[in-house]
Design a protein around this ligand. Structure first.
Ligand code: 6PG
Length: 241
């Protein structure tokens, strides 16, 4: 596990860009599962502003780690956020975009997306193995759309599951734990003081909280896990990172 701590969003976004470029180097097809939420929004804006022309977009094949079960035009849609802040600004070919169809029936879509992943993402140990899965961390310790109160979804045998937001009741299609942990690389992008307690628990006492926080179950078989943290999110860490 590698921990990278940054003074500000710009330096976090720049470091993540270098990390992504390294993965893209000499590769024609890199599969990435995106997360939703506000943290990646800042990264997408950064790419649209500073890296429109120096990232090999045509080699990037975009999927989602989770999606709210709403129309792709809905403000809640992770796809819409990505389209507004990234896809409409850079030259990623339409054919490289594999959105979860939030407008479909959740269970049907979970099945459809599971089938799609098996066709579009290289398999490892009979599981789609993304080159990179980007994850956020919820204040409650959720990641993707697997929430603590239904943490059993993490171990689900299916590749995609249907989660339900604990407050809003909103349905969401999410990758299950076995897909996330089969990725070649997993990167957490976590910013803000509200995440500091969970970041500390998950990084410094993972074993103790792995039964209660889905984010603490992220443990890729590849061992390639990197945390990109701003100093607020990292402020309670006591280790020497
Ligand atoms: C979503 C995300 C979710 C998100 C966390 C952190 O669909 O909301 O996939 O898992 O990453 O809630 O969100 P923020 O980055 O907005 O704090």
């Amino acid at each position: 596990m590698e921990i990278k701590i940054f003074d500000d969003l710009a330096s976090l976004n720049e470091s993540f860009t270098i990390y992504l470029k390294e993965i893209l180097k000499d590769r024609e097809r890199v599969t990435v599962a995106l997360s939703g939420g506000s943290t990646p929004k800042s990264l997408f804006d950064y790419w649209a502003q500073h890296h429109k022309n120096d990232i090999d977009w045509k080699s990037l094949f975009l999927f989602w780690g989770d999606e709210r079960c709403v129309a792709p035009t809905d403000e809640q849609s992770n796809y819409k956020m990505t389209k507004d802040h990234l896809l409409d600004h850079v030259a990623i070919p339409e054919k490289n975009i594999f959105r979860i169809k939030g407008e479909n029936d959740p269970d049907t879509e979970a099945e459809r997306y599971s089938t799609l992943l098996q066709m579009e993402v290289e398999m490892a140990a009979a599981v789609p193995s993304f080159d990179l899965v980007i994850l956020g961390l919820g204040d409650d310790g959720h990641t993707a759309s697997i929430f603590p109160y239904e943490i059993n979804l993490w171990e689900n045998a299916n590749l995609c599951v249907v989660g339900t937001h604990p407050d809003s009741g909103q349905k969401r299609v999410s990758l299950s734990g076995k897909v996330i942990n089969q990725a070649q690389r997993v990167a957490f992008l976590v910013t803000g003081a509200a995440k500091a307690e969970k970041v500390k628990q998950i990084i410094e006492s993972r074993e103790e909280v792995a039964a209660i926080y889905p984010a603490a179950k992220v443990d890729p078989v590849s061992r390639n896990l990197v945390w990109f943290l701003d100093k607020e999110a990292a402020r309670l860490l006591v280790g020497n990172y």
